[in-house]
Design a protein around this ligand. Structure first.
Ligand SMILES: Nc1ncnc2c1ncn2[C@@H]1O[C@H](COP(=O)(O)OP(=O)(O)OP(=O)(O)O)[C@@H](O)[C@H]1O
Ligand SMILES: [Mg+2]
Length: 216
């Protein structure tokens, strides 16, 4: 049975596709067979990104496919070690389907209240609809330069009771540029950026291990 990680949010542009690609590349670098299920049919962000990755001959390879339904993605996913769902924004029903089918549900969010409030609201909705709250993990993405803003964001998440993943993705042009080349956020030309983002990767891997051991 493959590991399933869902990356979802209600709000657009918070970093779902960035986190999904990050997870996929890093597991693939450890020899896992990885498929990203791109549920964003309108934008197909991960699908286009993977075309650039292939064109630029970047290793490790990851598979990306667009799906209309979660169940179709899971069927194909049986041939993979890991399926990463990149959720579409504003898609309540599919967001719930993804969350219910995932071993770990990651909610990426910026650190402003504009981002944090809808993130915690979505976490509550998922919980209300039967998703084990322990499966829900919040990832801070698109953080700015202010340590105060970041630590207030962390406190806000901790106060909500949901699991806050260690590590933060800061807003960096290099991360955008790398994604333009088909790379993920730990594949930038800058070691310091890659090492910082790797802290988030490691905490996702650890949390996924915990959830799999708990759930199976
Ligand atoms: N840490 C970052 N630094 C710089 N740019 C970033 C960062 N994270 C995301 N971006 C950029 O912000 C935009 C939105 O990110 P992304 O596509 O990952 O969000 P999303 O939640 O998947 O969006 P959508 O809801 O539209 O699917 C993209 O242009 C992406 O390259
Ligand atoms: Mg996206």
């Amino acid at each position: 049975m493959s590991l399933v990680i869902g990356v979802v949010s209600q709000k657009g542009g918070v970093g779902k596709s960035t986190v999904a690609r990050l997870i996929a590349c890093n597991y693939a670098a450890s020899e896992w067979m990885v498929k990203i299920a791109d549920m964003d049919l309108a934008q197909g962000t991960c699908t286009s990104w993977n075309r650039r990755r292939l064109q630029n001959e970047i290793e490790p390879k990851v598979a990306v496919e667009q799906f209309l339904n979660v169940s179709d993605a899971l069927k194909t996913g049986e041939h993979y070690d890991l399926v990463v769902f990149d959720g579409a924004p504003h898609s309540t029903r599919k967001t719930l389907d993804i969350a219910q089918s995932s071993d770990l549900v990651i909610l990426p969010t910026g650190v402003s209240l504009d981002d944090l409030e809808p993130t915690i609201k979505l976490a509550h909705e998922l919980k209300k609809n039967g998703v084990d709250p322990a499966k829900i993990s919040i990832a801070l993405t698109r953080a700015g330069n202010s340590d105060v803003e970041l630590s207030e964001g962390m406190e806000y998440v901790k106060a909500s009771g949901y699991h806050l993943l260690d590590g933060v993705i800061h807003e960096k042009t290099a991360i955008r540029r790398s994604s333009d080349e088909g790379k993920c956020a730990t594949e930038t030309p800058f070691k310091t950026i890659n090492e910082k983002v790797d802290i988030l990767v490691q905490s996702i891997v650890n949390r996924a291990d915990v959830m799999v051991r708990k759930g199976r």
